[in-house]
Design a protein. Structure first.
Length: 218
């Protein structure tokens, strides 16, 4: 269930670009620093998932909220409502159309570093080998950072970040999954810290009446 979250690698501006073109390591350092210092963020997103075997793509739209430590909420609005909600202790996956909610202890979930560093944990430079990979994604003025995990991952092969060359915020995140399918996120209407009007109760979930609750077998 965490493949969709590998996205969250960088959503907002960091620092102004130096006069000369930065190296892949410098870009990675700025992304890391941003996440270590950002306390809250929100953004609208468009997700495009491409199945390479069948040559078909599906598109979803929604909004994401993050508040450190460990709180997050992904509200999918189209094509149908779906919610991923964590208060830092419990993860809920709520599917209104199916009238069911999955509940799991967050400590029991093995989160990839591509997610844990979003909450100020993990070390991108330690876990990924970065390189600049222009041409395939992004515009002419963008920096495209390719991140390859130093240890093989069962979830994905590598990912790309499309980074604004002036302010160093990430416009897009593209994940190449182990199956060769592509999971692509476009972020917009980005806000951070004091601009984000979200309270702790926003990350709490109480199943509505009639919703079936599913939990992992112990």
């Amino acid at each position: 269930m965490w493949q969709f979250l590998l996205v969250a690698l960088s959503l907002l501006p960091a620092q102004a670009a130096p006069s000369s073109a930065p190296s892949a390591t410098e870009v990675l350092t700025k992304v890391q620093k941003y996440y270590e210092t950002t306390k809250k963020l929100s953004a609208d997103f468009k997700q495009t998932y491409t199945n390479v075997v069948f040559g078909k793509s599906s598109e979803s739209h929604g909004k994401v909220f993050v508040k450190k430590p460990g709180k997050m909420r992904w509200d999918y609005k189209k094509p149908e409502p779906k919610h991923f909600i964590s208060d830092g202790t419990t993860l809920w996956v709520y599917e209104p159309s199916n009238k069911q909610a999955f509940k799991q202890d967050l400590k029991a979930v093995v989160l990839p570093v591509a997610l844990t560093f979003l909450f100020g944990e993990g070390d991108l430079a330690k876990d990924f080998t970065p390189s600049l990979d222009p041409g395939k994604y992004g515009g002419a003025s963008d920096l495209v950072l390719k991140l390859v995990p130093k240890k093989p991952s069962a979830q994905f092969k590598h990912l790309w970040l499309v980074v604004d060359s002036k302010d160093f915020y990430v416009k897009e995140s593209i994940i190449l999954e182990a199956s060769d399918n592509l999971n692509r996120f476009l972020f917009f209407n980005i806000k951070l810290n004091d601009q984000v009007k979200v309270e702790d109760k926003h990350f709490k979930f109480k199943p509505p009446a009639g919703v079936k609750i599913l939990e992992p077998e112990k």
